[in-house]
Design a protein around this ligand. Structure first.
Ligand code: NIG
Ligand code: FE
Length: 424
């Protein structure tokens, strides 16, 4: 298939973008891509591609931007129920961590999730994934973490594997047994940390080997925060995970700086996420590391807080910046990377070009898939978006509406266009 005549083709070629290289879109005007089966086989101008592939069936992208699919590198997309009741409490002034300490917050979703069957979990999660897809996300990271007991955590992983299998989105799965202290261990956080390290992690490793033998091990993540896991407990979880061969991630500096970023860099984590209260020393460490700084601007927005990731400082320090939704039922139920871009531009003063690189090639690197997705380059998976607009700067500028016209996932074309209502 020849996708041709795009007013702008954004290649994002050349690998993850550090520091001031962020925002290198690699624009080809009047661009075209040749896709065979699931892969990209040629990229260039429409004239060049038509000459080289004269008999290819074609898809017209005139007047449209053609770009890589969004990669959302941080979501908690699998859960049961909702927390609409807590939103009003938060807006009336109650703090997120105090709701958690009072047995609400994550713990209330844990109760709903533990009592849900795998069929319910799948049927409640599927529409969220499909809406993400319709808004241009072609690969999403997805964390467990609302079970906090071995059996439910395994049920969540099993449901995520089934949803990954079903498609069309690809999932990069993360085990987040250390999302909160389980309610049974309310007064014994050390005991729950022991359970995660000594029981859950070895069981997850063995279970994965039999249930997903062809996939590499999932990421292991920990919520390093006051009222969740302190720095020492986080270190134990990640060190144990690393010794078992799991790749690592961390939730760090969302509300308080406990030193999670330095820990992530020291242990070679793929990413450190949230990064609101990040110190100058930690920013400098990110500037020398392969650990991607994943900013989640929808989280402070969702909580109506005014502090965001110091994204420009991270760029200045030569860090690798990525953006994600953090989609979850508590802090931010947002499924659209287009909204993340619009918010990142305004709240963190990124340009649309920087935000686009942070939601494609850099976010692919945050889940260590930058060799197969995140850019339009020969040999990569054909995960592409055709936007209904002719200029990439419309992303960020416009929000609250879906600019995706078609999603091409592994070479298959899905139409998203709402079209027009017709009367009979
Ligand atoms: O990333 N911070 C911890 N986890 C989620 C929130 C989960 C929830 O409130 O249910 C986050 O914001
Ligand atoms: Fe999160």
């Amino acid at each position: 298939m020849l996708i041709h005549s795009a007013s702008q083709l954004l290649t994002l070629a050349g690998g993850p973008q550090r520091g001031h290289a962020l925002g290198t879109l690699g624009i080809i005007e009047h661009g075209a891509v040749v896709v065979r089966e699931e892969k990209i086989v040629a990229v260039g101008t429409t004239d060049e591609m038509r000459a080289a592939y004269p008999h290819e069936p074609s898809l017209d992208a005139s007047g449209c931007v053609l770009m890589p699919g969004f990669v959302d590198p941080h979501t908690h997309v699998i859960w049961a129920g909702d927390r609409a009741n807590e939103f009003g409490m938060k807006m009336a002034g109650m703090h997120y961590l105090d709701i958690l300490a009072a047995g609400g917050g994550i713990i209330s979703t844990v109760h709903a999730t533990r009592t849900a069957s795998i069929e319910t979990l799948i049927s409640q999660t599927r529409p969220r994934l499909l809406r993400m897809f319709a808004h241009g996300t072609t690969t999403a990271e997805a964390k467990s973490g609302y079970g906090l007991q071995t059996a439910t955590e395994l049920r969540l992983l099993k449901a995520l594997l089934a949803l990954d299998d079903e498609g069309p989105l690809d999932l990069a799965i993360t085990f987040l047994g250390a999302h909160a202290i389980a309610p049974e261990f309310k007064d014994d956080p050390q005991g729950y940390t022991d359970l995660v390290c000594d029981t859950m992690l070895p069981i997850v490793k063995e279970w994965w080997g039999t249930h997903a033998p062809r996939l590499s091990l999932p990421f292991v993540d920990v919520f390093c925060e006051n009222k969740a896991f302190n720095l020492e407990q986080s270190r134990r979880v990640l060190t144990k995970a690393r010794s078992l061969g799991f790749p690592l991630k961390i939730h760090a500096d969302e509300f308080d700086n406990l030193g999670g970023v330095s820990l992530a860099v020291e242990l070679g984590a793929a990413s450190a996420d949230h990064l609101v209260k990040t110190s100058e020393a930690d920013i400098a460490a990110l500037g020398k590391a392969e650990t991607v700084a994943v900013s989640l601007p929808c989280t402070p927005f969702g909580l109506a807080e005014c502090h965001y990731t110091p994204a420009r400082e991270i760029i200045e320090a030569d860090g690798i910046l990525a953006l994600a939704t953090d989609c979850n039922p508590g802090t931010t139920w947002n499924e659209s990377m287009q909204f993340v871009i619009a918010l990142a531009c305004r709240a963190m003063k990124l340009t649309p070009a920087q935000a686009i690189a942070a939601t494609t090639i850099n976010s692919a690197y945050a889940i260590r898939r930058a060799d197969t997705i995140g850019s339009i380059e020969v040999g990569k998976q054909a995960d592409l978006l055709i936007l209904s607009v002719p200029d990439y700067r419309q992303l960020g500028y416009r929000y609250g509406t879906n600019l995706v016209k078609q999603v091409i996932k592994r070479g298959r074309v899905y139409s998203v266009d709402v079209g027009y209502y017709r009367t009979a």
